[in-house]
Design a protein around this ligand. Structure first.
Ligand code: GLU
Length: 340
């Protein structure tokens, strides 16, 4: 049964009008999903706001008009609008999946007890945030915590560690992924700040050894090429209790998924994570390549790629399209009908 509650909330910034529809959790109707995607695509395709990230020179060259939307349901249905096959570098969205791998290998306390699971209130590559609690009381969605998570993946050699990370991402996406060499080289040539952050995390004992190698692998993981369908399938795997709904492979232990989603909900969209959660209720993660993923647990994963970012570093079209689509489909897990 479909329950329509309907509300319009004028959000303080005035940018979004939030209209939510509450649905009992039930399979999504194909026509409804297609209509939601097509309508968001049409509404935002000509929006010209924001700018590509340019602090990594190769990102500035990516086509700003690229715009693709994909939604994958937990029963493996794939819906799309716009450009779903062009690839961009995954950037910070990779942090989710490396953290998941660490949890899978070392258990949930490894993350909790090392870099922590709290928002920093600082920018994603903040050094102040590291200094405040000596590398603790932060999370694996900001660079210090993410590079540390990468350093925690076990392996005898760089090749072994890297191979594990890349194939793990591929299991989430449901296909073999590869690295964008131009982006990797561009970021490796300009990542002195991340190198400094890793050294600090090493100084505080959060990274146990070889901070330079951890930064190098982290930089490579950020350079993995993905298209919108890959990202949506990765999100849908989280929505489906860690089992890829397309390949049917259990990629992450079901019991670990709530921890991964909790960290995404806390810190997935940089300093605007609270605003995002307020509007959508969805654990999400953005990357400076222009992608955003969001997870409606037990229902669907959704991804949008569109490179122009706002001041907080989040893709403008992606935020708006996902907000509209999820709210139209009743994706907000906090929005429930009262018991009768
Ligand atoms: N590779 C980027 C960096 O470390 C990722 C940033 C992001 O997507 O937020 O600066």
């Amino acid at each position: 049964m479909k329950l329509l509650i309907s509300k319009c909330l004028a959000i303080v910034s005035g940018v979004f009008l939030l209209s939510s529809t509450l649905h009992a959790a039930q399979p999504l109707a194909a026509a409804e999903v297609k209509a939601a995607l097509n309508s968001a695509y049409a509404k935002y395709k000509d929006l010209q706001e924001g700018a590509n990230a340019d602090y990594i020179p190769a990102l500035a060259k990516v086509d700003s008009n690229l715009f693709g939307i994909v939604l994958v349901t937990v029963d493996g249905k794939v819906y799309s609008a716009g450009d779903v096959s062009s690839e961009v570098s995954i950037q910070s969205i990779s942090k989710v999946f490396t953290m998941a791998k660490v949890i899978e290998e070392k258990g949930e306390d490894a993350i909790f007890g090392n870099m922590g699971v709290d928002a920093t209130g600082q920018v994603f590559n903040s050094i102040v945030a590291v200094e405040q609690y000596q590398g603790a009381e932060m999370n694996a969605m900001v660079n210090a915590g993410a590079i540390t998570a990468t350093s925690m993946i076990s392996g005898k050699s760089r090749d072994e560690i890297w191979g594990k990370i890349l194939s793990y991402y591929g299991d989430f996406a449901g296909r073999k992924l590869s690295v964008n060499q131009e982006v990797f080289e561009s970021e490796a040539a300009t990542n002195q700040r991340n190198q400094a952050i890793a050294k600090l995390m090493y100084a505080y004992g959060r990274i146990k050894d070889n901070p330079d190698r951890a930064t190098d692998i982290y930089t490579e993981q950020c350079s993995v090429n993905v298209n919108t369908r890959d990202l949506a399938t990765m999100a849908a795997t989280l929505a489906n209790g860690g089992k890829n709904p397309v390949t049917r492979k259990q990629v992450l232990g079901n019991e670990h998924v709530p921890r991964v989603l909790a960290v995404m909900a806390t810190a997935g969209l940089y300093d605007d994570t609270g605003k995002w959660l307020y509007r959508t209720g969805l654990p999400g993660k953005s990357g400076v390549g222009g992608g955003i993923i969001a997870v409606s647990p037990g229902r669907f994963g959704i991804a949008v790629i569109s490179p122009p970012l706002d001041a907080a570093g989040n893709s403008i079209r992606a935020q708006r399209a996902i907000t509209d689509i999820s709210n139209a489909l009743g994706g907000n897990p906090y929005a429930v009908a009262p018991a009768q």
